[in-house]
Design a protein around this ligand. Structure first.
Ligand code: HSE
Length: 303
């Protein structure tokens, strides 16, 4: 039996402009969780934003592990959960998705891996309600994911290595709130606008054509509504382009903003930070390569 499992899950940036709820990319910034069978539930939470994460049975990693036990009809057993976090909470970098996947994969590991990654991902998508963070977090790279009558379709899209700078202003924006403000219906023009951009974006990323990114990362389904809620965000997008970015978008539901460029990423990040600062917000930035490994779950101790 497996007594201890280590699960490593990458950060993700969902939407990438026009790919609302269906496109996401994984980045090389990871949360690591070590699950150890124990005689009682306990937690050790380290790293970034650890004070924001509950160390009790409401912890999202634990509730996700519990969900997996229930799905498999197994009696949940107590465990020690050690979280080593590098992904900021509530940032638009998929930290809650990493928790859902870590919990599901950790429980799956402690049960000797009865489910495949694809089967675990289906449960994660159901829990999240949208697949665009959990799918790239599980598989790595650029992933297009969608729901259809018979289930989910996950398409990993092979692209050349790419890097981005992600700037996170010190501003609280809950994904639920950022979703609640969106209109439930869109015009035909806006639908065509986004369909055409996402097709061009995939082509641009596959051919490494940075010059197509600016047009192809435009969006009319969520960004126009969300950007105005984040002080300095519209200026940050503009500042990034002025500093040489090739494509810029809100990362997930925000508040972070992601910019792609072949060079000068930290200068672009500095320009974005300055735009937020002029609206009174401090920010942090990360220059990150795309992650291609996705989630890793490995037993580290067996009995
Ligand atoms: N597609 C989701 C949204 C991502 O934009 O609400 C949330 O991280």
């Amino acid at each position: 039996m497996c007594n201890q499992v280590k699960v490593t899950v990458p950060a993700t940036s969902a939407n990438l402009g026009p790919g609302f709820d269906c496109l996401g990319m994984a980045f090389s910034l990871h949360n690591e969780t070590i699950f150890t069978k124990s005689d009682q539930l306990s937690f050790e939470i380290r790293g970034i934003d650890s004070h924001k994460i509950p160390a009790n049975e409401t912890n999202l990693i634990y509730t996700s592990a519990f969900t997996l036990f229930e799905r498999l009809g197994k009696r949940p057993f107590p465990m020690h959960i050690q979280q080593n976090n590098n992904i900021p909470v509530g940032s638009g970098l998929g930290s809650s998705s990493t928790a859902v996947i870590a919990g599901l994969m950790g429980a799956n590991g402690l049960l000797n891996f009865p489910l495949s990654k694809a089967e675990v991902l289906d449960i994660a998508i159901e829990m999240e309600g949208h697949p665009d963070n959990v799918a790239p977090a599980m598989h790595g790279g650029l992933v297009l994911s969608l729901m259809h009558e018979a289930g989910t379709h996950i398409e990993q899209i092979e692209i050349k290595p790419i890097e981005a700078v992600i700037v996170l202003p010190d501003f609280k924006m809950l994904t639920e709130e950022a979703r609640a403000i969106l209109p439930t219906a869109v015009s035909r023009q806006d639908a065509i606008f986004n369909c055409s951009r996402i097709a061009l974006l995939l082509r641009a990323l596959q051919t490494n054509d940075y010059d197509k990114l600016k047009i192809s990362m435009q969006d009319r389904l969520h960004q126009p509504y969300r950007l105005t809620l984040i002080p300095g965000a519209e200026d940050a997008v503009e500042a990034a382009y002025q500093a040489g970015a090739k494509g810029v978008a809100l990362s997930g539901a925000g508040p972070s903003v992601i910019a792609f460029a072949p060079e000068n990423l930290s200068e672009i990040g500095n320009a974005m930070c300055q735009a937020f600062k002029s609206k009174g917000l401090e920010s942090r930035q990360w220059c990150l390569p795309m992650d291609i490994s996705g989630t890793q779950a490995k037993p580290i101790s067996n009995s």
